[in-house]
Write a protein that binds this ligand. Structure first.
Ligand code: M6R
Length: 605
């Protein structure tokens, strides 16, 4: 979490820093701040609590000049969102911005106290500025001082340092948290990701773990964790693919939901050609004895859906795990198993740590990742892009359905490699999958009905979501979406589990959303729905036309989904989950694209 940026430029840097921070706001929006060195060499800073727009307003009345600067957008870890805790942090001639957690900051504070230096903030980051300023006061030059500080830091960090009196020096360092260096014409940049730097340059060098960089307008010198000069490749990014706009929609989320037919079409065109699955040659499940799917939040739920496909279609045992639990549980892993890490950002700290745990213990690691330049994509044995395009809304929508599409292709490949399905069955499954983009297009038509239901849902204190089989994790996803967007308490349950406790919650004030396509589990799910209605529960039934005809009577409302999609129907049923949460949030007036307390890229544990 937190986004950092730094610029040694040829123009006034404050507006550029704000522009880059706008692209990093998905990493947190508790506060924002910038520091610049003006043409007289003076370091100064401005900070503001809340969203970036508050900092922009402040800069109108209290401008900062200078062509060198650093900036930060915060997701609070240590200390509340106050101006004092906002970055950049400064001590003497040093200003610092930081993404990550300095785990030994208490020890460092104790050492600083012995030198008579007292922290002014609640943050871990301030110790970096205090220590570096202290080193400079003892006579070290900025580079020596920053190096001496870096040598003492434990934890995860991406850091950028700026110095009073030197408008042509910036020092950047990373360990655990991502950091990109951008190359301009007589200008240099650093940023938490390349997207932040896209307005300025398409030439990017990614720092590796443990690297630090000494940056001037003339270029960059990179040093590795051992302090040796290091060569890191420069890559060109597709700036066109970094365009961020709402395309006429009121919110990014509405745009991203509506994009799903198109992006799912792109995914399937990429992985299925002429009726054949197209994957790297090394993706063969013939000798694999078990698959492990790991992720967080929505990405974890994509893995949960895929578990049903791997087990039912491919007959391959499949475990799913939440990355934050997996990494510390020390599960024994078979060297014939494959571990698949699912992540939109590819930077989620727990998922990345889980990947590190699995490396060397399993036969292969796969990353199913949206951001192709991310750590999980780079560090997995095989990276499979989910091709959703940039997802701006903190709540995941198109990234989820694209993850499902890639995992569906993998499950079918596993089924074919293991001889569980013959060519005809594979072709039938692929036909079902290829039909998904068109069916998604039809599914988007539930938007109006979801909008009409939002008034009802927005008045609820609690909402339950029920599903069976592969629709159970979709119910979990529906509850997660509603919680994060509308702040209404919601839970997802396996329909059959309801009577083992949660049914006690049912009364006429608790909306119960039931996902029940007319499939082999339909009768069972409908029985559970009847149990809810017998206790005056108000049901929203989501099914296809046959299902609604058969079981719609007595419900509070129904949503009609298209028929088709075979085993891959969960992808379709994600759409009403998204729209119900979206329109309920709109009805409640919450911040749809940037819900409170959240960040899109969770780079701390
Ligand atoms: O970038 P990742 O896919 O690894 O992120 C995982 C979760 O943080 C993410 O899916 C989160 O649950 C979303 N806000 C859900 O909408």
């Amino acid at each position: 979490m937190c986004g950092i940026v730094g610029i040694l430029g040829n123009h006034e840097v404050a507006p550029q820093l704000v522009e880059a921070l706008k692209r990093l706001e998905y990493r947190g929006y508790d506060s924002a701040g910038i520091a610049t060195v003006n043409d007289a060499g003076t370091l100064d800073r401005r900070r503001a609590v809340g969203k970036l727009v508050n900092l922009s307003d402040r800069l109108v009345h209290e401008p900062l000049t200078g062509r060198a600067g650093i900036g930060h957008t915060r997701w609070a870890t240590h200390g509340p969102a106050t101006e004092g805790n906002a970055h950049p942090h400064r001590h003497g001639p040093v200003a610092v911005v930081h993404n990550g957690i300095i785990e030994n900051f208490r020890d460092l504070r104790a050492d600083l106290a012995q030198a008579g230096i007292t922290p002014q903030t609640d943050t871990d980051t301030e110790t970096v500025a205090l220590l570096t300023g202290h080193h400079m006061a003892q006579g070290m030059c900025p580079v020596e001082a920053a190096r001496a500080t870096l040598a003492r830091l434990h934890g995860a960090f991406a850091l950028a340092f700026l110095f009073d009196g030197d408008g042509d020096l910036m020092i950047a360092a990373r360990k655990g948290s991502p950091l990109a260096v951008g190359h301009g014409e007589g200008e240099m940049f650093v940023g938490s990701d390349a997207i932040a730097l896209a307005p300025f340059t398409d030439r990017i060098t990614y720092l590796e773990d443990g690297d630090h960089a000494i940056i001037t307008r003339a270029g960059v010198e990179i040093y590795d964790a051992q302090g040796r000069r290091a060569n890191r490749d420069m890559v060109r990014i597709d700036v066109g693919a970094t365009a961020i706009d709402k395309g006429g929609y009121r919110h990014f989320m509405a745009k991203e939901i509506a994009e799903q037919p198109a992006v799912l079409g792109d995914v399937l065109n990429h992985y299925v050609k002429n009726g054949r699955i197209v994957l790297p040659e090394s993706v063969s499940f013939a000798d694999v004895d078990r698959v492990l799917l790991v992720g967080c939040g929505t990405a974890h739920l994509a893995g949960h859906v895929a578990k049903y496909w791997f087990e039912q279609i491919a007959g391959l045992p499949c475990d799913i795990d939440i990355a934050s639990e997996f990494r510390y549980r020390e599960p024994p892993l078979s060297d014939r198993s494959w571990a698949i890490f699912v992540s939109q950002s590819g930077e989620t700290a727990d998922t990345l740590a889980a990947l590190h745990y699995a490396q060397g213990k399993v036969a292969k690691t796969l990353g199913v990742v949206n951001v192709g330049t991310s750590a999980i994509a780079r560090e997995s044995d095989i990276a499979l892009p989910t091709l959703a395009g940039i997802e701006v809304c903190v709540a995941s929508s198109k990234a989820f359905t694209c993850q499902l599409a890639v995992l569906a292709v993998l499950a079918l490949k596993a089924a074919a490699d293991r001889g569980r399905i013959d060519a005809a069955a594979l072709a039938a499954h692929l036909d079902d999958l290829r039909a998904i983009p068109g069916l998604l297009n039809q599914a988007l038509a539930v938007a109006d009905d979801c909008r009409a239901l939002a008034g009802w849902l927005s008045e609820a204190q609690d909402v339950l979501y029920l599903g069976r089989g592969a629709l159970y994790p979709v119910a979990l996803e529906g509850a997660l979406k509603l919680k994060e967007l509308s702040y209404i308490h919601a839970e997802g349950y396996a329909s059959g589990e309801l009577k083992h406790g949660p049914i006690a919650l049912i009364d006429r004030n608790v909306p119960v959303v039931v996902l029940a396509p007319r499939d082999t589990l339909f009768e069972k799910t409908v029985s559970n729905m009847q149990e809810v209605m017998a206790r005056h529960g108000k049901v929203l039934l989501i099914s296809d036309a046959d299902g609604i005809t058969e079981a719609g009577e007595g419900t509070r409302a129904t949503l009609t989904m298209p028929m088709g999609g075979g085993a891959f129907q969960p992808i379709l049923y994600a759409v009403p989950m998204q729209y119900l949460a979206y329109y309920t949030a709109v009805a409640k007036g919450t911040d749809v694209d940037q819900p409170r307390n959240l960040a899109k890229s969770v780079t701390v544990e």
